[in-house]
Design a protein around this ligand. Structure first.
Ligand SMILES: *Cc1c(COP(=O)(O)O)cnc(C)c1O
Length: 388
């Protein structure tokens, strides 16, 4: 299985041959492939509206702007996530508030409740880091109780379902990533979804839909007067998606389910091989979650920092591509030097991240690759233990 199959290549080539790489370079109403992608994506995830943008980060930013997060507000985010998430909060002029994680790599809802109880938190940007999802029912109840806007960073959770429903479709809006390390690969790209028409229209305009180009989006013809009135009232950030990305992405949407199955099968096999090792703790999934595990995380237990570092470098020498969260890693919250936060804000998360291994499970990995990786991991741990 590959990410960029022949149908993807054909779709991109056709777009180039047509010499229409700009999404609004088309006739009214909506022949552009970017508009078709929006329509297909909304249907696939079960949202009413989708606006294609140039990255998930742009989507997260617009998600906060359109929900009413304003400069000076506080926005809760899980403390284990990618640097893009606190960055988007800072771009809005708001301040990120970090919430501890549990040992299953999901946001700690006890800590979340403690931190929002004083009523000073405007929004939650719930990041499903590495596709890991907390108890969303409880998240929504807490947000409702404390009047917190619920927004979702589904950058890495396309294909991850909670109680059968696509993550990213529970909050006011959600944003998915189509950057090459995610479930569908457009090089770069973001897909913003919402059920609220006003939010969808504002997002479209902020993203750089100028003049009457809204006529080239699906589902706008009933709202001509409203959109004509809205035009030129919203500053354009020009976050538009290129037809080239959309052409690569459109044929991949129908493959998400098969990819998720493949990833989950590989994940299961790898856990069978390494999960029983006494120095490895495999996190569990929240009840009701159907994962799409294009990566695996585990925690080293009973090992010193030095042993973990040596296992890490030896695995890399042996071509097992793993990440450990050291040095300038962009996922370590203590490295986020662009807003004020006490470094020891989230001691439990910090401790957990420093004992974590993260590994991508590529789509092309087959059973024998997984077997070789698993055996190398087990063997390398035992070897380092024997040396010390
Ligand atoms: C990849 C990722 C992002 C950023 O997505 P871009 O499309 O690169 O902006 C944000 N959050 C998480 C959890 C991610 O994995």
């Amino acid at each position: 299985m590959r990410m960029l199959d022949d149908d993807v290549k054909r779709s991109v080539f056709k777009t180039i041959e047509a010499e229409r790489l700009f999404r609004y370079d088309c006739e009214v109403p909506y022949e552009s492939i970017t508009s078709r992608l929006e329509d297909a994506f909304a249907k696939a995830v079960g949202s009413r509206y989708c606006v294609a943008v140039n990255s998930c980060s742009s989507g997260l930013f617009l998600s906060m702007v359109t929900a009413g997060v304003a400069p000076g507000d506080r926005v809760a985010i899980p403390s284990f996530t990618f640097i893009a998430v606190p960055s988007a909060v800072v771009h809005v002029g708001a301040t990120p508030m970090l919430v501890e994680m549990t040992e299953d790599y999901v946001m700690d809802l006890g800590d979340f409740e403690r931190k929002i109880a004083d009523g000073t938190v405007k929004a939650l940007m719930l990041s499903y880091m590495r596709g890991r999802v907390p108890d969303i029912d409880r998240v929504m109840k807490l947000c409702e109780r404390y009047n917190v806007l619920f927004l979702e960073d589904a950058a890495h959770s396309l294909g991850v379902l909670y109680k059968g429903k696509q993550t990213g479709t529970f909050g006011i809006s959600g944003a998915f990533s189509a950057q090459s390390n995610k479930m569908i690969d457009g090089g770069e790209g973001g897909l913003f979804v919402t059920d609220e028409k006003q939010i969808a229209f504002e997002t479209m305009l902020y993203a750089g839909c100028y003049e009457d180009n809204w006529k080239k989006h699906f589902g706008t013809h009933e709202d001509e007067a409203r959109l004509a009135d809205m035009t030129n009232r919203y500053p354009a950030y020009n976050f538009r998606m290129s037809n080239l990305s959309a052409a690569a992405l459109l044929p991949q949407i129908s493959k998400v389910e098969a990819r998720a199955e493949r990833f989950n099968a590989n994940y299961g096999k790898l856990v069978e091989i390494i999960g029983a090792h006494p120095n490895i703790r495999i996190p569990s999934f929240t009840d009701g979650v159907r994962p799409a595990s294009d990566s695996i995380q585990w925690e080293f237990v009973g090992l010193t920092d030095d042993q973990i570092a040596r296992i890490g470098s030896r695995l890399i020498e042996r071509a097992v591509k793993i990440d450990i969260f050291t040095g300038g890693n962009a996922r370590c919250f203590w490295n986020w030097g662009f807003f004020e936060h006490a470094e020891h804000d989230c001691p439990a998360t910090r401790n957990m991240i420093s004992r974590t291994v993260d590994m991508r499970l590529k789509l092309f990995f087959d059973a024998s690759a997984i077997n070789a990786i698993g055996k190398t991991v087990v063997h390398t741990i035992d070897e380092i233990l024997a040396e010390t």
